[in-house]
Design a protein around this ligand. Structure first.
Ligand SMILES: NC(=O)c1ccc[n+]([C@@H]2O[C@H](COP(=O)([O-])OP(=O)(O)OC[C@H]3O[C@@H](n4cnc5c(N)ncnc54)[C@H](O)[C@@H]3O)[C@@H](O)[C@H]2O)c1
Length: 388
């Protein structure tokens, strides 16, 4: 998905780069992309792919595959840009970094939020002390992960494969929140000294649906990250909520994706800044091309940045999970099982608008407790992100 929607169209926009070859374990998929993006080669095996005349590899496979992919790329002497999260465990991430370093290859992570013009503007404004001393960052990304349900081949309403995969890979903070963690470190130019993670469960996955992360930076500033995969996930008309607020001793910078607003308010007045989408794949690839040509990372986020963000996200998620069954004033956490979710709908009660959708309803006695009847069209509003 993200190769087609983000990476391939962006590489096409950068004259210094050429998409030379594709490999996907599903060869038909590789051929589909080859035709769509006019790529010279699509290969059936990884051996053929790595033996082709490529200089670097962009890894857009699911997270559990990244470790093997990076080790293979190092063996074949190819530079790497790998999607986040870098890997599933700390051990794997450190091994990937070591193997790439030992092979003297460049190794970057796809933190494309850094390259949004709005992110670049925030970085500049903080350096210019436009809001004085920065004290607090509030970074929010609440969304529905394209909805909760899909209909399987037996006509049953089940969790989407995307939801299952992403929740099983660590949930919202590990999957999406790593971008916000990276932005906080990059904007503040300050490392995270301590952290605290709190989870809220709407469902029965191990990972929480909704996560709060509180980080303390060595500059004294605080960052609060809030990420959800289940915000409006069963709503017929889902909305997302994506916002940055940076609070300093002299003012506030506010960015809101849904409102397309971006403003600076301080003692000098109010400045309305040009709004840009929250991520830029093309910007990332322009910087990647420079890094490949110069041999220097420049502003590219490195594997080290990826490791730090993943470590923070995973530790906070694990802390939230650990506290789930023992909530206290100091460790507030809330768990709701499917059995706790109030189900009120009978097939007869389904709003008329749903009836033309391809939903095969089972008899209510067959339905699992907690299963909503909303078929979840889960289409993004214009301006909303289609991915993570
Ligand atoms: N940075 C972002 O904005 C962003 C957005 C979405 C997804 N992502 C990340 O991108 C990665 C891919 O996500 P996606 O949603 O595109 O996944 P996807 O499942 O839609 O696509 C993954 C592709 O990899 C192929 N694949 C799976 N295993 C393979 C293997 N062993 N070897 C070769 N090919 C294999 C699949 O056939 C599929 O075509 C994930 O790490 C995800 O977190 C990043």
């Amino acid at each position: 998905m993200i190769a087609e929607q983000g990476h391939l169209p962006a590489i096409k926009q950068v004259p210094e780069l050429q998409i030379y070859a594709l490999y996907d374990r599903n060869f038909e998929r590789a051929v589909e992309l080859q035709q769509h993006f006019s790529v010279p080669h699509a290969y059936k095996t990884e051996e053929e792919f790595y033996s082709s005349d490529i200089d670097a590899v962009v890894i857009c496979t699911p997270a559990p595959v990244h470790h093997k992919n990076v080790l293979d790329a190092a063996k074949a002497k190819k530079h790497v840009l790998c999607e986040k999260p870098l890997a599933m465990t700390e051990k794997d991430m450190l091994e990937m970094e070591k193997v790439m370093n030992d092979a003297e290859l460049q190794f970057f992570i796809g933190f494309n939020y850094r390259f949004s013009q709005s992110s670049i503007d925030i970085h500049r404004l903080l350096r210019e002390r436009a809001i004085g001393e920065v004290r607090l960052l509030r970074l929010i990304y609440n969304w529905h992960l394209h909805g909760k349900w899909e209909i399987n081949e037996d006509g049953e309403q089940v969790d989407t494969a995307l939801r299952k995969g992403r929740m099983d890979e660590g949930g919202p903070l590990v999957d999406c929140g790593v971008h916000q963690i990276d932005l906080a470190r990059w904007w503040l130019e300050s490392e995270v000294e301590w952290q605290h993670g709190i989870g809220v469960w709407l469902d029965t996955y191990e990972a929480p649906d909704h996560v709060y992360l509180h980080m303390g930076h060595d500059c004294g500033a605080h960052t609060k990250v809030e990420v959800s995969f289940s915000y409006n996930a069963t709503s017929r008309d889902p909305r997302t909520h994506f916002q940055y607020e940076l609070i300093g001793t002299d003012g506030v910078i506010r960015y809101n994706r849904e409102e397309h607003s971006f403003e600076l308010r301080n003692s000098h007045g109010t400045q309305y800044l040009p709004w840009h989408p929250e991520k830029s794949f093309a910007g990332m690839y322009r910087e990647f091309a420079k890094a490949l040509a110069s041999g220097k990372p420049g502003d590219m986020p490195t594997a080290h940045d990826g490791i730090l963000a993943s470590r923070i996200a995973r530790t906070a998620t694990e802390e939230a999970i650990h506290n789930r069954d023992n909530p206290s004033r100091n460790n507030p956490s809330s768990k709701m099982t499917a059995a706790d979710v109030h189900v009120h709908a009978d097939p007869e009660e389904i709003p008329i608008d749903f009836l033309d959708l391809p939903l095969k309803l089972k008899k209510s006695r067959d339905r699992q407790p907690g299963r909503s009847l909303s078929p979840n069209p889960a289409k993004e509003k214009p301006g909303g992100s289609k991915d993570t």
